[in-house]
Structures are given as C-alpha cells and as structure tokens.
Write a protein that binds this ligand. Structure first.
Ligand SMILES: [Zn+2]
Length: 344
C-alpha cells in the first residue's frame, strides 16, 4: 500500500461559491485543489444572463489565490432572453445550463415549473453540443422527500431524453441506486457523485422530529443500499460518473434542526481527502484518478489537466468551522479523522 498517491489534478464539476464574503472565504478551498470548477448559478441573484455570468466568473477569479477556471452554467428560467442565452452558449460565457425544478433546493424559487416551457432552450443546447446539468428532483406535496429523484427520472427525465436524444445531460449529485442504474443504462448521460452521499444515510440526518442540519442537503441522503451502489459506481468500472462535491456553505445561523433549515453540506475543506479515503476503504485507490480527473473532462470534451497533485496517507482532524470576517460555516466531517491529506 503506497503512502503517497499522485494523481492528475482534479476538477470539481459541481460546487457552490455563493457571493460576497462567503465567496471570498470558500473559493480558495477549491482553487487550492482543482483546475476547473462548475460554479453553480443559484446565487441570491441568479445567473440568468451572460453579463452576470461574466461578472460572476471575474469575482471568483479575483477571490482566488491560485489560477483556476470557474465555469458558469446559465440558470434556466421560463423567461430567459433567448438571444442572450444562445450567444452566451456560443461564446462560452455560459458553460451549458442548469435546470432547477422550482423550489427543489437553495435559491431555486426562480426555477422551472413546467419543463416543456423551456424546450426551445434545450434545442439550442442540443444544437450547440452544450451540456444540460440537472438537479433531478420532482417536487410535489404528494411525493415523499426520499422518492423525488426516482419520480424526476420517470416523469421528467425520460421525456426530455426522448425529445432530445443527442442532448448531453448530467444528472447532478446522484443519490439513489435507481439513478445509478438509469445513468448506466442510457446514452449521453453521466452523473456526479458527492462525498456525503457515499458517507451518510438518512439515519445520520433524521432523528425523531429533529434533523442534523449539517447533514441535511438536497437531494437528501438515502438508504445504505443506495450508498453502496453509489460507492460501486464511483469506485469500479466507471466511465460515466465523476467528481462533483456539491459543497454548499450556509452560515451556521441559517442552519436549523428542522426541515426548514437551508439545505447544503460544506465539504470543500476536505472533499478530495474524503473521496480518497472512500476509494481506499473500497480498495480502489487505482481508480480514484479516473473519477476525480479523467471522466468529467472526457464527458465535457476537455483535455485532462497537465498538473498533478499529491496526497499522503496520514491522519488529520477536520477543523470544526471555517471562519472569515463575520461568517462562520460548519465544516462537513468536523472534528473527525481523515487518513489522507493533500501535500504540495
Ligand atoms: Zn448543488
């Protein structure tokens, strides 16, 4: 068993930087490790035009000490300026587009209520070979919170794929065995997997009538059987799944121990180390690089990164909080031991 592991520099294909002081605080955790990051457009003022995307990209670059490349998908709504959307896709101001079903997660109230209303935008994406990133949950009073992904796949995703067979789709933060199977069995679709969906089950979130808000995210973590399938998908025989942390910070005062809490798990301070530990537990360290640094780039038609990073097998404890100016965020895996650490 090697004590030093060297891998091609990773990319994080799904992460939240937020805005203002929070953006300044969290950006460097990501730029320290990754070359490219897909910066999610569900900021307080959502990124719905190309001008906002350019400004957002500049803000992240200004906040980052290391050189790296934020990629900004367009936040899809039912009232986008279609000419600006098309131009932004063509001139790479946008990195594809992100579909948030209305009210599925943080700042998704501007999201899409009726997906057929944005088929004209999907047509543009398909024509331009530009990816559609999806928060795949169907939200309805009639659907249990644990079944949202399955209903989205059956009721929405299958229809989208039939209408737009060449559209390149990423089902973000896959959270169920059902989602894993769907991705494996279909063409032009891939998935990102977070560390927390491979570490937590619903027992880590829900107790009696309370929740642990620092383990609460959307889509919520599911059962042990789902966790096992996600680990297998990431670690073994994998060409369709890649790294996307969905690290999603909220200040501690916005975290409440009930389901009205803001959803999101902040893993950026330790995410590559957590992935490495998971692959080590699965005796699959040889496959880490494919997941972290190869599959995503290949799916999105990029070259893998030139640089490499090194990890050392040694114990360290994740600090409880990240603190900057007036902001305090609880870190995922706070006060717990991880047995891999990035060195450089
Ligand atoms: Zn997210």
């Amino acid at each position: 068993m090697p004590n030093i592991l060297e891998i091609v520099q990773p990319d994080d294909w799904h992460i939240h930087f937020r805005e203002g002081d929070m953006l300044e605080m969290v950006t460097n955790y990501s730029s320290r490790i990754n070359n490219r990051c897909v910066a999610m457009p569900n900021t307080k003022v959502p990124i719905i035009d190309s001008n906002k995307a350019i400004l957002y990209k500049n803000k992240i670059n200004e906040a980052s000490k290391d050189k790296f490349e934020p990629l900004i998908p367009c936040y899809l709504t039912e009232s986008l300026d279609i000419n600006d959307f098309k131009a932004g896709i063509q001139n790479n101001s946008f990195f594809g587009a992100k579909l948030y079903p209305s009210n599925a997660t943080t700042n998704s109230k501007y999201g899409v209520r009726q997906i057929s209303n944005i088929y004209n935008l999907f047509e543009i994406l398909e024509e331009e070979n530009s990816p559609l990133l999806i928060h795949g949950e169907k939200v309805s009073d009639k659907i249990d919170i644990f079944d949202r992904e399955k209903y989205f796949i059956d009721d929405e995703l299958k229809v989208i794929r039939e209408k737009f067979p060449l559209l390149k789709i990423v089902l973000e933060h896959v959270s169920t065995a059902y989602g894993v199977k769907y991705i494996k069995q279909n063409k032009n679709i891939a998935g990102t997997i977070t560390p927390h969906h491979m570490l937590l089950t619903k027992k880590d979130v829900f107790f009696n009538d309370k929740i642990d808000p620092h383990h609460f995210c959307m889509p919520v973590v599911k059962d042990e059987s789902d966790l096992i399938e996600l680990r297998n998908a990431a670690c073994f025989d994998n060409t369709k799944f890649f790294l996307g942390t969905d690290s999603a910070p909220h200040p501690i005062e916005e975290k409440k121990n009930n389901v009205n809490s803001r959803p999101g798990i902040f893993s950026a301070p330790c995410s590559i180390e957590l992935y490495t530990q998971i692959f080590d537990q699965e005796n699959a360290l040889n496959n880490l690089e494919v997941f972290s640094s190869i599959n995503g780039a290949a799916f999105y038609n990029f070259s893998p990164n030139d640089k490499k990073i090194k990890l050392e097998k040694k114990d360290w404890i994740v600090p409880e909080f990240s603190v900057y100016k007036n902001i305090k965020v609880k870190n995922f895996y706070a006060n717990k031991k991880i047995n891999w650490k990035v060195i450089n």
